[in-house]
Design a protein around this ligand. Structure first.
Ligand SMILES: Nc1ncnc2c1ncn2[C@@H]1O[C@H](COP(=O)(O)OP(=O)(O)OP(=O)(O)O)[C@@H](O)[C@H]1O
Length: 437
């Protein structure tokens, strides 16, 4: 999501399901991967942890930079802020000579369905005051991100493609994938509103999510420490979102770039998975076929080793990245901590080794308190992470299973935390509607 992450490539429709010459240098692992052991018993969990601990890629992620937020956080925007979990109001129809792409989600929970609207370039100019730098909220591999308010008051994130990106990747096939993605709708996914082509401009409109990225929160950039209860809720939100993608009609969608900087948070700390820049429809699930791509895409530190080895993409690559995310949530560390001593540099490797040695507690984010609830939860979270990080994709659980396991972890956590856990009751008011309970 941020420019700090070393993302490899962008959507490349031309390489879909075919062996082509890569248009960018593929990511190549520097070490071999060992077999996953069974992770069902405690002792075999430890074996698997050791196995995984010895099998990680040496790679590097540069530090994150902060986006300009000065003007866009001003009262002008706050006054019209879109509700976090439902997008705006109004139903003004637009007409345009531009080629906007729309979807028509049948089951929309939005009062307004911006993806079914046609956006004009004039409207985008107006919303961003001609792409004024003061409206800029971020910069990524795709281009520059602006915050804007549409004429009906809807606040949106407006992603303006860099020319180098759209020259290569925004072809006809991209547009057909965009149409599919526009129909994807889930509380924990950043809603895609539309895509607009106008002369040299390629613009993507998505739901604006106001509270920054999970990574920024883990780095305490917002001042508050995310307690473990919040982290558990976030893990469950993300698991729900990915489960939804993987179970999407008869063509599952593989996200391909699950990472903490692609998780955006609402004001009440609900997580929304962003950035379908790499997403693609999975192969026909009936045939069991998988995509074979010529170019590995994803972010260093999150990449499935089996995908790196075979170039075969399945839903289990997202599961692997989710395992890395779980370790991030427990430790607060980035997947790659380049400044640490060698044995701690690859966070998953370090954490899994600690877990295997029966020392899971030492991996707990030092900003979190050690309590019975926390101690139990991190042990179980690392156990789940271990399963997700299995070198062989067959040994990894499905995302749906991950969500179920997380529900259990949260239930035990709540019971153990009992009355000490007052802060939870406030936050939980916002999270009861779509949960498993
Ligand atoms: N929907 C959104 N709501 C609010 N802020 C957003 C939104 N999308 C992006 N941002 C902000 O813009 C920054 C850059 O996002 P962007 O999606 O462009 O990155 P990216 O192109 O995916 O980067 P990369 O390719 O490196 O993953 C984010 O870190 C975030 O701060």
């Amino acid at each position: 999501m941020t420019s700090s992450d070393s993302s490899y490539g962008r959507r490349n429709p031309s390489s879909r399901s075919r062996r082509n010459t890569p248009d960018r240098i593929p990511y190549s692992p520097s070490s071999a991967y060992s077999e996953a052991s069974s992770v069902r018993s405690r002792s075999s969990v430890a074996d698997a942890a050791r196995s995984i601990a010895g099998a990680f890629v040496a790679c590097f992620t540069p530090p994150e930079t902060k986006s300009s937020r000065s003007f866009v956080d001003s009262e002008e925007f706050k006054a019209h802020s879109v509700k976090s979990d439902a997008s705006g109001a109004g139903s003004e129809r637009r007409r345009s000579s531009n080629r906007g792409i729309y979807a028509n989600p049948n089951n929309s929970t939005h009062e307004r369905e911006p993806a079914s609207e046609n956006f004009t370039i004039e409207e985008i100019y107006k919303a961003t005051r001609n792409f004024s730098p003061s409206f800029k909220i971020g910069q990524g591999g795709f281009g520059t991100v602006y915050k804007g308010r549409l004429a009906d008051g809807t606040i949106v994130a407006i992603k303006r493609a860099k020319k180098s990106v759209y020259d290569k990747h925004l072809g006809v096939e991209f547009q057909s994938e965009i149409r599919t993605l526009a129909q994807v709708e889930h509380l924990n996914l950043v809603k895609f509103y539309g895509f607009l082509e106008h002369e040299d401009e390629r613009i993507v409109l998505v739901e604006y999510v106001p509270n920054g990225t999970l990574r920024a929160h883990l780095d305490c950039q917002h001042g508050n420490i995310l307690d473990l209860a919040a982290r558990l809720d976030i893990a469950i939100d993300v698991a729900h979102a990915i489960t939804y993608l993987h179970m999407y009609t008869d063509h599952p969608i593989i996200h391909r770039d699950i990472k903490s900087s692609n998780i955006l948070l609402t004001e009440n700390l609900r997580a929304k998975v962003a950035d379908f820049g790499f997403a693609r429809l999975a192969a026909d699930s009936d045939s069991g076929a998988t995509h074979v791509s010529t170019q590995v895409k994803g972010t260093a530190g999150y990449l499935d080793p089996e995908y790196l080895r075979t170039y075969q993409l399945t839903e289990k690559s997202d599961v692997y990245s989710f395992g890395v995310l779980l370790v991030e949530l427990v430790t607060g560390r980035r997947p790659i901590e380049a400044k640490r001593e060698l044995k701690e540099r690859i966070t998953t490797k370090w954490a899994m080794k600690k877990f295997a040695d029966g020392d899971a507690l030492s991996t707990l984010d030092p900003r979190l308190e050690r309590s019975a609830g926390n101690n139990l939860a991190i042990e179980k979270l690392l156990e789940l992470a271990l399963q997700c990080l299995a070198p062989r994709r067959q040994s990894r659980p499905s995302m749906r299973r991950c969500a179920e396991i997380l529900w259990g972890i949260r239930k035990d956590y709540r019971e153990l935390s009992g009355t000490d856990f007052r802060s939870f009751s406030t936050r939980s008011q916002r999270s009861t509607t779509t949960r498993e309970e």
